[in-house]
Design a protein around this ligand. Structure first.
Ligand code: SF4
Ligand code: SF4
Length: 345
């Protein structure tokens, strides 16, 4: 179902939606950074091409959260869950890569042998509104690893900017219900043609990194691993901000009254003690093994384990790595096998 939302009616729509959902969207902070935060009819989401540094992962997998508390003094301690129930939440303005990243997280936390109840509680109450980018940022390569329009159509609603209005495409019953608001108009054939121009432009690809080809080409002995390891300072930014990285650590802390709080915090395979065992052995003792793990996991291991590529081409790691270790160069080297010039430059 396609409808048209005049830009001047966005406020009315959000006001209507706020009676049903807690609203999240891209919001600019005073320092110019952006993150998903509460939005409303009075605080509109920033719907434009700029992709925020923090990913939507924070809404379903917070970087730090208490799992439960218990009193170790009790003979048979009772575990008191800390989170939930989770309110119905509408996330407005997700980029196509953001939408796809939730599918990757779903495969890990929902679709496997075990379900993560904290992730599941938030995810099942989440309705998603994609915003289709009109063009790519210099660091983005979504269409090199997939189809950003297909990803957008996995959201409940996809919004496409056609000038004075958005074409809204509903893809699920929840999306159709959102388009029943009186703020929407019928979309004309001309509106749909304008939308298709945006869609086709986003699909254009500078350099394809067919995930299957990358997966088949990843080799443990690639010289490219040495080239990245030489530059990498092991800061972990590439995985902390990656929308699809899933690793976390679990810690216990004693709190007031002698109770213990068990919480989980984001962790990364780029840290030297990530795989260090209690008796001192570390199977990934050097940066070479650690950078190889991150990329091989995204393009090979997770494809075997979960049937989906672990990179959505959002470009965060490209843009935010302090030593400019550009993943696109690494992928080119892996696929072409031509040495490692673009990585070590
Ligand atoms: S962001 Fe760059 S320097 Fe930091 S761990 Fe990742 S590759 Fe290494
Ligand atoms: S590996 Fe880099 S480009 Fe790929 S999803 Fe993660 S942050 Fe984005």
């Amino acid at each position: 179902m396609d409808k048209l939302l005049p830009k001047t009616a966005l406020k009315d729509w959000l006001e209507w939606a706020s009676t049903r959902y807690h609203l999240l969207g891209p919001v600019e902070a005073e320092d110019g950074s952006r993150a998903f935060a509460a939005v409303s009819a009075d605080r509109l989401p920033a719907l434009d091409n700029r992709r925020q540094c923090a990913s939507p992962k924070e809404a379903v997998l917070p970087s730090c959260e208490t799992l439960f508390t218990f009193n170790p003094g009790d003979g048979e301690p009772t575990l008191v869950p800390a989170a939930g129930p989770f309110p119905p939440t509408l996330m407005v303005g997700m980029k196509p890569c953001d939408v796809r990243s939730l599918e990757v997280l779903d495969r890990v936390f929902l679709d496997g042998r075990f379900q993560d109840p904290y992730y599941a509680g938030r995810r099942r109450n989440l309705v998603t509104i994609a915003y289709v980018c009109e063009s790519k940022r210099w660091s983005c390569f979504c269409s090199s690893v997939g189809d950003p329009i297909e990803w957008s159509l996995a959201a409940d609603v996809a919004l496409t900017d056609v000038g004075e209005a958005y074409v809204a495409t509903a893809n699920t019953p929840a999306g159709e219900e959102l388009l029943s608001c009186s703020a929407f108009r019928e979309a004309s054939p001309g509106d749909l043609a304008a939308r298709d121009i945006v869609w086709n432009a986003l699909r254009e690809t500078a350099e394809p990194f067919d995930p299957e080809k990358v997966a088949a080409s990843v080799d443990w002995e690639e010289p490219v691993w040495d080239a990245i390891a030489e530059k990498c300072i092991g800061c972990g930014v590439c995985s902390f901000l990656c929308p699809t990285c899933t690793c976390f650590d679990i810690q216990d802390e004693t709190i007031a009254g002698g109770k213990v709080e068990r919480y989980r915090v984001r962790d990364t395979c780029q840290f030297c003690d990530f795989t260090k065992m209690g008796h001192g052995h570390n199977p990934r003792p050097s940066r070479r093994e650690r950078v190889r793990q991150r990329i091989a996991h995204k393009f090979r291991y997770i494809v075997h384990q979960c049937g989906i590529c672990g990179c959505v081409g959002c470009g965060r790691c490209v843009e935010l790595c302090p030593v400019n270790a550009d993943l696109r160069g690494v992928l080119s080297e892996i696929v072409s096998g031509n040495g490692c010039e673009s990585v070590s430059a």
